[in-house]
Design a binder for this molecule. Structure first.
Ligand code: ADP
Ligand code: MG
Length: 199
């Protein structure tokens, strides 16, 4: 019989991106997860290699195409022409170019990696992070409170969108990222003082 884990055991991965680290937002970001009742169970700063970032982000056609589609949607909102910037309107072709810029951005300085655990951790952390395009992100989210970038601006300068944090999108993505970035002994267990009161 399959043993289903308790909802409060769900885990996700957060990376504080180079802009988040360089802007001194590490403490602010972590405290937003902690005060919501999510638990940091692994934490480290490091300088990533390009091949690590290449492994971290999916490379399948569906993922790359989705990045392209998100980009095209952002261009439509602001009346910008993807063909002018990318020489193509094909989401897969656009996604490939964006992925290359993302590699450069993510290796441009140290990252902070962490595992965050708690009730619906994947969705909770995505909500706290806010929308991919900071200019569209709601106030009260990390991206909405501290950043302003979007695809039309970033792509004009041929770079990744500076949006402070990465957060796994699904429990499956989280599992891949936990196994990729952390050894089992780097993941810790402890009880938070307010645990019995909050949940
Ligand atoms: P999220 O980080 O919200 O999960 P995605 O998985 O769609 O977003 O994209 C991964 C990262 O790629 C984004 O966080 C952003 O930094 C970068 N990115 C996405 N689209 C573009 C784009 N059109 N131009 C530059 N960078 C982009
Ligand atoms: Mg993503």
């Amino acid at each position: 019989m399959a043993v289903t884990q308790h909802p409060k055991e769900e885990k996700t991965v957060v990376l504080i991106k180079p802009d988040g680290v360089k802007r001194g937002l590490i403490g602010e970001i972590i405290s937003r997860f902690e005060r919501r009742g999510l638990k940091v169970i692994a934490l480290e700063m490091f300088q990533p290699k390009k091949d690590q970032i290449d492994e971290h982000y999916p490379k399948d056609e569906a993922w790359i195409t989705r990045i392209g589609q998100k980009t095209i949607k952002n261009y439509q909102t602001y009346g910008a022409d993807p063909k002018k910037e990318f020489g193509s309107e094909d989401p897969f072709e656009i996604g490939k170019i964006v992925r290359g810029w993302l590699m450069d951005y993510m290796t441009s300085g140290p990252l902070v990696k962490m595992v965050v655990r708690g009730i619906h951790a994947v969705n909770m952390v995505r909500k706290i992070a806010g929308a991919t395009m900071p200019a569209d992100a709601e106030m009260g989210t990390i991206r909405g409170d501290f950043s302003v970038d979007d695809a039309t601006a970033a792509n004009r300068d041929k770079r990744g969108i500076h949006n402070i944090v990465h957060a796994s999108e699904t429990p499956e993505e989280a599992e891949h990222e936990i196994n990729f970035w952390f050894a089992p002994e780097e993941i810790n267990d402890y009880k938070r003082a307010e645990e019995d009161i909050m949940f």
